[in-house]
Design a protein around this ligand. Structure first.
Ligand code: URA
Length: 244
């Protein structure tokens, strides 16, 4: 259930990107929105943000968009960016148009580089975002890296030591777990989210990451059925898996 208990109908719908409050009033008047199958007489009334609201409140016969407090799991494709500063298509453009007009807007939960693919979470829920990225929580992030050169053999111990320093940083990295898959492929689990961390860790041991893919965040593994560019809204049970 969403944390917001109830809200003015026109504000809710405007915040979900359906239009301005004036437009919402007109759309309601003409029967575009229906509540429990009936035309909405007053859009200035408050409505409980119950879990079943999206099925009860329809727009052009379709279920309402996810209520505020939404978490989206995306399979980020290569070549799209999480940052507003970087040039190129943004991950937000992969969401439906209306979702891009929401207030509060979706933010990515941490970032993946433009040339990193895999599991990316987006949310409008500030508390959720904080819980996932907070250093206090130590949520593990698992990356599969393909490397330019064969592994040397000392990387597992170096990454696990908790003493490794990245260039330009003042504190050592927390211990990380490296599982070697083959000469040039490894799965690295880190609990921090420093800038370009995985690429810089391999650079620090004289290697170069050729491809990088995030497979998991906490207990949540990117499902095989989610193709690059696809996304799904997570329910409470799925969200809990992250912290489990
Ligand atoms: N580390 C990186 O170097 N890049 C990412 O996208 C994520 C972690």
């Amino acid at each position: 259930m969403s944390k917001l208990q109830n809200m003015r109908l026109d504000k809710l719908l405007a915040n979900l990107g359906y239009g301005s409050r004036r437009e919402i009033a007109m759309l309601a008047q003409t029967g575009r929105f229906l509540l429990d199958g009936a035309r909405i007489a007053r859009v200035d009334e408050r409505i409980a943000l119950s879990d079943d609201l999206p099925t009860r409140l329809t727009y052009l016969g379709e279920e309402l968009d996810p209520l505020p407090g939404c978490v989206v799991m995306m399979h980020k494709p290569l070549g799209v960016t999480c940052s507003h500063k970087e040039a190129g298509e943004r991950v937000y453009a992969l969401l439906p148009d209306r979702w891009q007009r929401r207030d509060p807007p979706f933010s990515t939960v941490g970032r993946l580089d433009k040339e990193t693919s895999g599991l990316l979470l987006l949310t409008d829920d500030g508390a959720f975002l904080h819980n996932v990225i907070s250093p206090k929580r130590n949520i593990a992030k698992k990356y599969r890296a393909t490397l330019d050169r064969p592994l040397r053999g000392d990387e597992v111990a170096l990454f696990a030591a908790g003493t490794m320093m990245l260039e330009g940083e003042k504190t050592p990295l927390l211990p990380a777990v490296l599982e070697v898959a083959s000469e040039r492929e490894a799965v690295l689990t880190i609990t921090e989210g420093r800038y370009h961390q995985v690429r810089r860790m391999f650079a620090a041991v004289g290697n170069h990451v050729v491809s990088l893919h995030r497979e998991a965040i906490g207990g949540l593994v990117l499902p095989d059925h989610l193709e690059p560019g696809e996304f799904m809204v997570m329910d409470e049970a799925e969200k809990a898996i992250i912290f489990g």
